[in-house]
Design a protein around this ligand. Structure first.
Ligand SMILES: C[S@@+](CC[C@H](N)C(=O)[O-])C[C@H]1O[C@@H](n2cnc3c(N)ncnc32)[C@H](O)[C@@H]1O
Length: 211
């Protein structure tokens, strides 16, 4: 991933962010050692941001689309009260097997339910209502995910969408993924059903509130 800021800024920001716990650090390390495309993992800054968002909003029912090895799911679960839930959708069985090892080691793991399969199919079977949704799966479906979750989000609920700056490629979209993300951003920007701000955290996080 290209960096959008001066070299060293990400490390500086991480050093001024609440340190992650030992289990998340272990999960991060093992993902880099054992899995393909470890850069997909959100990491300490965004993980802390997600946990804080859960705490600030008082969310109790969370939906995640795109779990990978479970870093963001576990970060959000840590911010939930004991009766809160994270439902997370993931297509890759290897990722699920990996993540579950870490969920089992955490006191917060019991809050997490994993649904295996294509996220749009899993979503169709979920009723909601959700308080907070984190979208971080295949970019080509971003707009489909947004439209599918909005009716299942309570009024005042939050959608967070990751990678919406796509290393800056949204300024000059060339690939299908570049265009899909730019298309989603344009769609959200003119959507009167929601309030929104596009945050330049890491690779860009769209912060959206349903009216
Ligand atoms: C960017 S990673 C998610 C990173 C994760 N949120 C984290 O913080 O570590 C995207 C994930 O979406 C999954 N994915 C891709 N297409 C999918 C689909 N159609 N349905 C469900 N999951 C999908 C991939 O297997 C991958 O694990």
């Amino acid at each position: 991933m290209l960096t959008l800021t001066r070299p060293g800024i990400e490390e500086y920001a991480e050093s001024k962010t609440q340190p992650t716990n030992a289990l998340l650090t272990e999960l991060h390390k093992a993902t880099h050692e054992e899995m393909d495309y470890p850069q997909m993992l959100t990491g300490p800054i965004e993980g802390s941001f997600l946990r804080l968002m859960v705490q600030i909003t008082g969310a109790k029912s969370i939906l995640e689309i795109g779990m990978f090895t479970g870093y963001s799911a576990l970060s959000m679960a840590e911010g939930l009260p004991a009766d809160g839930t994270v439902t997370t959708l993931e297509i890759n069985p290897k990722c699920i097997q990996f993540a579950k090892k870490y969920f089992d080691k955490s006191e917060h793991g019991k809050k997490i339910t994993v649904k295996e399969g294509p996220a749009l199919e899993s979503l169709a079977a979920l009723k909601g209502p959700f308080d907070l949704v984190f979208i971080d799966a295949d970019k080509g479906n971003y707009k489909n995910y947004y439209e599918a979750v909005l009716p299942k989000l309570k009024s005042g609920g939050i959608i967070l969408i990751d990678n919406v700056l796509w290393s800056g490629a949204v300024l000059d979209p060339k690939t299908e993924d570049d265009k899909a993300i730019d298309d989603l951003n344009k769609h959200v920007a003119k959507d009167d059903r929601v309030d929104k701000v596009l945050l330049t955290i890491r690779d860009g996080v769209y912060f959206i509130r349903k009216k």
